[in-house]
Design a protein around this ligand. Structure first.
Ligand SMILES: [Zn+2]
Length: 236
């Protein structure tokens, strides 16, 4: 594999040539746009191709999570949150949590007896996050369940290391708490995916047809998860 660069409107795109590649492609990985190409395609042609798809990769750059940044539990840290940021504040006081949706960054003020203690901060944040995830995902599930005409028997929030959700034969749906760190339109895809397992408990073509019917941005969301999902899981 050989590498070179393209400059387009202030962005640096990495060109990755591979002997076995036959078609041009563009992907965004960790805030970097990559143009994948066969060995002997001219830079001029690559630039033309990259410009044709500029709207797509600019959008992909915007929604890509920051790379290799472990989200901290410090005062003022910002966590990814439904396509936005959740800014954390830890202050001393009577234990309570205040969530301000209207703030620029969505502000979560965690008041606790010992804000200097990292375990206490984590406990408070985790409790709030799980409850918020449950309320939010139950609401989204309800919305799509109506159209589908099926209801899950139970919704729970869990910690999974390699998946976003699951649905079993008894109609119980489990969602990964890390879903809240994804853009809201990707979360909706996961919700619809699990709901459709209430109809088909497999990944047959009939299942995928149903998912796409109830969520038109399915392909886009699957691509987003393929490109960035592992980063979100690794970072939280
Ligand atoms: Zn599935």
């Amino acid at each position: 594999m050989t590498e070179s660069c393209l400059q387009i409107d202030g962005h640096q795109l990495q060109v990755k040539r591979h002997a076995r590649r036959t078609r041009l492609a563009i992907r965004v990985r960790a805030q970097q746009v990559e143009v994948l190409a066969p060995p002997r395609v001219s830079l001029k042609l690559l630039e033309k191709f990259a410009r044709q798809h500029q709207a797509w990769w600019l959008q992909a750059l915007q929604t890509a999570p920051q790379p290799l940044q472990k989200y901290a539990l410090t005062n003022g840290a910002a966590w990814p949150f439904l396509g936005d940021r959740l800014q954390l504040q830890f202050v001393q006081g009577k234990p309570q949590v205040h969530f301000d949706q209207q703030a620029d960054n969505r502000l979560l003020i965690c008041q606790l007896a010992r804000p200097e203690n990292e375990n206490s901060r984590r406990r408070v944040l985790q409790k709030w996050w799980y409850q918020y995830a449950l309320d939010y995902l139950a609401e989204r599930t309800q919305r799509f369940a109506q159209n589908l005409g099926r209801q899950p028997s139970q919704i729970t929030i869990k910690s999974f290391s390699g998946r976003w959700g699951s649905c079993d034969g008894r109609g119980r749906i489990q969602f990964n708490w890390k879903l809240l760190a994804l853009p809201d339109w990707v979360v909706d895809y996961v919700v619809v995916h699990e709901l459709c397992h209430l109809v088909h408990l497999n990944h047959s073509s009939a299942f995928w047809q149903l998912v796409e019917q109830h969520y038109p941005r399915t392909r886009e969301a699957k691509l987003w998860l393929k490109q960035h999902g592992h980063l979100v899981i690794a970072q939280l």
